[in-house]
Ligand binder design. Structure first.
Ligand code: SAM
Length: 257
């Protein structure tokens, strides 16, 4: 099953590479800085510091990784993304904040992770899952690398349900957002893409169902900002037939930091 429509990974990668330098600025401006609070709220759903690293998938420029460290939810983060340009900026950010020793970057596709089964207690995905070319494959890959009882926290755009707010939001998505993206950062194509993927992405109860159907034992979710964003928390069952000691992380894909 696709995501509503199939995202072409090469196109997605090129698009994020094209807007990487302006990505943080556009995010903060277009969300009137609300994105910082959304990331904080999502990170607070990660259980307090687990001994091993937390995997932040679709980590982009590293904001969720920074929050994981800042809020004490991780002693170490692997910030994974398939856009080289986004990861270079993440690494610069970790360096500026003097957390480079605790945040590593990894260039890899979330649908084919270079990790052994049961490697992580927690996996986070911020505004990334909507871009997966095959949602179920991505979810099953996350489940595979999670340890038994581990959890996945997904922060993703959604749609308001109130009739007036949803009409206003649709208008904002279709008419205003692409123009703003264009005016601020020549990102019209990217923000048109954002608008269309938000419109087509499963609503929170449907996404929770697909997370459970992918093998997670349970999934709860909550909405913020009147339904503009949702946080889903998927739990892996406590003991699985294949729960065995994790092997060493394969790190060939790690950028030289
Ligand atoms: C909207 S950005 C989110 C970045 C960051 N998590 C945040 O909160 O701002 C989505 C990121 O997901 C990455 N991405 C999309 N599909 C991916 C995949 N299959 N594997 C790895 N990264 C992917 C893109 O390159 C991009 O950097």
């Amino acid at each position: 099953m696709s995501n509503g429509h199939r995202q072409d990974p090469d196109r997605v990668r090129a698009m994020f590479g094209g807007i990487a330098r302006r990505y943080d600025l556009l995010n903060h401006l277009l969300s009137v800085n609300l994105d910082r609070g959304w990331r904080r709220a999502a990170v607070q759903r990660v259980p307090a510091q687990s001994p091993g690293p937390v995997l932040d998938l679709c980590g982009g420029t590293g904001d969720l990784a920074v929050e994981l460290i800042r809020l004490g939810r991780a002693s170490e983060v692997i910030c994974c993304d398939f856009s080289h340009a986004m990861l270079l900026l993440a690494r610069e950010k970790f360096d500026r904040r003097r957390i480079l020793d605790r945040c590593r970057v990894l260039e890899a596709d979330a649908l084919r992770l270079p990790f052994a089964d049961s490697s992580f207690d927690a996996v986070t995905v911020g505004f990334g899952i909507r871009n997966f070319s095959r949602l179920e494959s991505g979810l099953r890959e996350i489940l595979r690398v999670l340890r038994p009882s581990g959890c996945m926290v997904v922060l993703e755009f959604s749609r308001p349900t109130g009739p007036l707010f949803s009409r206003l939001y649709r208008f904002y998505l279709r008419r205003i957002l692409p123009r703003l993206g264009d005016a601020i950062g020549r990102g019209r194509g990217a923000y048109r893409y954002l608008a269309s993927t938000i419109s087509e992405f499963p609503d929170p109860p449907t996404l929770a169902g697909r997370i459970r159907d992918s093998g997670f034992a349970a999934c709860d979710w909550s909405c913020m900002a009147g339904g503009i964003v949702a946080v889903h928390v998927g739990h892996k069952e406590s003991v699985t037939a294949d729960s065995k000691a994790p092997e060493q992380h394969q790190q060939q894909g790690l950028l030289g930091v």
